[in-house]
Design a protein around this ligand. Structure first.
Ligand code: 5AD
Ligand code: SF4
Length: 478
């Protein structure tokens, strides 16, 4: 889920007839804003950050800023940042230096830092690192128009206030870089878990859930605009909880999933991320009841060893995790499960590392996001445990984890050869415009030759004839 590749989030051309871009165009015309100001935004980190950039684009559209892909001619350069690992922060600092060189040729241009690094370093950005004009935390995006105005008057502005209520529920995100078929909807913000390695509770604040009716309305709007898949996003979707203030009616995650799934059988529903301590059988049974809820669960294990899990403050142990996987296998036999894994957490022994390898095999993860431990200032682990695994050992353990996962993924995919899956066409494959690609319910990318009359957003039955560790190759069944 987390990667460090920047995505250039701007619109190529406002006249392009992609559905996601039409959404933007309408909003734009309604806003009546002047077209003479342009912003450029780059996003790093998790899907939630990419989703936040779409909220930012919507807020900026209302005050007359159009998105651009051309950083050199933009009036406002924004970078939506991630603090999860040190490397992610280094990448952002490098980009800021590049932006400052661009700014030298266009002195009126303002540079703003958004997201987790803004929240983590706050005023330090202005006091020590004179690289930015604006510092705006994840709960302060509504304040952007005011902050930009002040920056244009020559002030350097910070708003990093975290909120207990803000969910941006009423904001209709501008779909940036959209394929017009799949979109993210954020259903909650923040995190109350306090995993000892994780900076997120500090940068994104307390957990709060969004009004379910606004989630359903957003999904419906997407469907009406041609989208066929939504991914409900939260740091821990299983703890979604909303109480209707008028009726006292409670809505939990399983209820929300059902509400979205009932919109239309042609709208697929995915979600991320699940937490092993909170994932209920009720959610699994709801998934089983609806064909359009995808049979895929991202259930990060982090480590296969109970002592390490305790140090990580994950609040479950290995047997608990195994029991959750067993419940998935029983209730949803066709589901794929993926994971996040951390190598070389504080004091991890070789034997404990072996436990991580063994749970990967036991759980048969279809894929994993794998990292070595990176100490983050202010976290529980940074305060309590020495970061004592040497870097070369961390890297070697990570390599062993990656090598094993690649082998498991290959096997997992090869087991699909001969099967036929329903695939939602997303776009041309990257390698050939003669091929389409799309995902099956288990979230595996499937590549197959095009057939006349079909387009992104259509469902097709694809028979698999070959597989790599990352992709299934198939043919549309006639
Ligand atoms: N070091 C390494 N990986 C981390 N993650 C979170 N914090 C850290 C850290 N300090 C990983 C976890 C989490 C994913 C989003 O990033 O695996 O699930
Ligand atoms: Fe970090 Fe844990 Fe929250 Fe995920 S659930 S963001 S790992 S604290």
């Amino acid at each position: 889920m987390y990667d460090n590749n920047p995505t250039l989030s701007g619109l190529k051309n406002i006249d392009e007839s992609k559905q996601g871009q039409i959404l933007f165009k309408e909003q734009w015309e309604e806003s009546g804003g002047s077209r003479d100001k342009k912003f450029y935004i780059e996003s790093y980190g998790c899907q939630m950050n990419f989703s936040d950039s779409e909220i930012v684009a919507s807020i900026l559209a209302e005050v007359g800023f159009a998105p651009t892909r051309d950083v050199e001619t933009s009036d406002l350069i924004l970078i939506n940042t991630c603090s999860i690992r040190e490397k992610a922060e280094e990448t952002v600092r490098k980009r800021l230096r590049v932006f400052n060189i661009i700014k030298q040729n266009r002195p009126g241009t303002k540079i703003g830092i958004l997201g987790c690094m803004a929240e983590r370093l706050k005023k330090q950005w202005l006091e020590q690192e004179k690289l930015v004009d604006l510092v705006v935390g994840p709960d302060a995006y509504r304040d952007l128009p005011k902050l930009i105005g002040a920056a244009e008057d020559g002030h350097r502005m910070v708003n990093v206030l975290l909120s207990r209520e803000e969910t941006y529920a009423d904001i209709n995100p501008v779909r940036l870089e959209s394929n017009g078929v799949t979109a993210f909807i954020s259903i909650m913000r923040g995190c109350d878990n306090m995993c000892s390695f994780c900076v997120v509770p500090f940068t994104r604040g307390r957990e709060r859930s969004r009004d379910p009716f606004s989630v359903v309305a957003e999904a419906d709007n997407l469907f009406q605009n041609g989208y066929r898949e939504v991914t409900l996003l939260g740091q821990n979707v299983d703890s979604y909880k909303w109480k209707n203030p008028e009726t006292d009616q409670q809505v939990d995650f399983a209820d929300l999933l059902e509400m979205v799934a009932q919109l239309n059988p042609l709208l697929r529903v995915r979600f991320s991320t699940s937490h092993p301590k909170d994932m209920t059988d009720k959610v699994l049974h709801t998934m089983a009841r609806y064909h359009n809820i995808c049979k895929y669960i991202h259930l990060p294990v982090q480590s296969g060893n109970s002592r390490v899990l305790e140090l990580m403050n994950r609040t479950y142990d290995r047997p608990w995790y195994e029991q959750r996987i067993a419940a998935i296998r029983q209730i949803l036999p066709e589901a794929a499960v993926s994971s996040d894994i951390i190598a070389g957490f504080c004091s991890e022994t070789e034997q404990e590392h072996q436990d991580t390898l063994s749970i990967m095999e036991w759980a048969n993860f279809s894929m994993s996001y794998m990292f070595y431990y990176s100490e983050r200032p202010g976290t529980l682990a940074a305060r309590k445990y020495p970061d004592d695994i040497p870097e070369d050992v961390k890297k070697r353990r990570l390599n062993e984890i990656i090598r094993l996962q690649t082998a498991i993924s290959l096997q997992h995919n090869q087991a699909d050869i001969g099967k036929t899956f329903e695939v939602l066409i997303e776009r041309d494959s990257r390698k050939s415009d003669q091929d389409f690609c799309g995902r099956n319910s288990q979230n595996k990318m499937v590549v197959f030759p095009k057939k006349a009359g079909l387009k992104p957003g259509d469902y097709v039955q694809v028979e698999i004839h070959d597989a790599t560790s990352a992709t299934l190759l198939g043919r549309i069944q006639s």
